[in-house]
Design a protein around this ligand. Structure first.
Ligand code: C5P
Length: 228
């Protein structure tokens, strides 16, 4: 019998990361942070000096896919969360910057990169179960998932949350620039040809704009109980 899967997809800043981390802890299940894989691929490609963005040709795309297929990355659980080690270097904080988020969204638009990361993501499906956080978890990576959630919130609310997160960590941030960036990334993620951001037909929609994290977690836990 294969391990059960809960997928949580949606745009950035909807609260997926926090909700998934809490549920994974509560259920004692594996957590797949698929966005981190795209962020790490973006960062590793940049470090190698590879071309990214609109001017990329086929060869450039193959080079980035090669980076994705051969990532030297470790996820080390610590009491404060998961540490991300890229080529021996702790990049936990660096991959959370807006700059790396933008690199992630660029490499994520490349079909060869998505293909290269597919099996690595599916390997997270181990007993007792996995919570998968991303954009295409319910549509592409785990179409058979027992529970699928599509979590959204308004762009303004997501910008506010991101602003709070960044400033609390001591990063500089501009709220209007963050909201603008979120809109641009939504646009790129929703309109790309491969694995666009869209709810699976059988996903439950949750709008977290005026909900607390606890309320969202409770609602997802109810879905999990109903599915058992
Ligand atoms: O979720 P997070 O903000 O870390 O994801 C960073 C970027 O990676 C997203 O903006 C999106 O472009 C891409 N991504 C994706 N598919 C996923 C997860 C993330 O395309 N499953």
């Amino acid at each position: 019998q294969s391990a059960p899967v809960i997928t949580v997809d949606g745009p950035s800043g909807a609260g997926k990361g926090t909700v998934c981390a809490r549920l994974a802890q509560e259920l004692n299940w594996q957590l797949l942070d698929s966005g981190a894989l795209y962020r790490i691929t973006g960062l590793a490609s940049e470090r190698k000096g590879l071309a990214l963005g609109d001017s990329m040709n086929e060869q450039d795309e193959a080079a980035v896919a090669d980076v994705a297929a051969n990532l030297d990355v470790r996820f080390e659980p610590t009491p404060l969360g998961v540490k991300v080690i890229l080529e021996g270097d702790d990049v936990t904080d660096q991959i959370r910057t807006e700059e790396v988020g933008s690199l992630a969204s660029q490499v994520a638009a490349l079909p060869a990169v998505r293909e290269a990361l597919l099996q690595r993501q599916r390997d997270f499906q181990t007993l007792p179960g996995v919570i998968a956080d991303g954009r295409d978890m319910g549509t592409v990576v785990f179409p058979q998932a027992q529970v699928k959630v599509f979590l959204t919130a308004s762009a303004e609310e997501r910008g506010q949350r991101r602003y709070k997160q960044l400033t609390e960590k001591g990063f500089n941030a501009s709220l209007p620039a963050l909201i603008e960036d979120i809109r641009a990334r939504d646009e790129r993620d929703s309109n790309r040809a491969v694995a666009p951001l869209k709810p699976a037909d059988d996903a439950t929609m949750i709008d977290s704009t005026s909900m607390t994290i606890e309320e969202v977690c409770q609602q997802v836990m109810q879905l999990v109980k109903n599915a058992q």
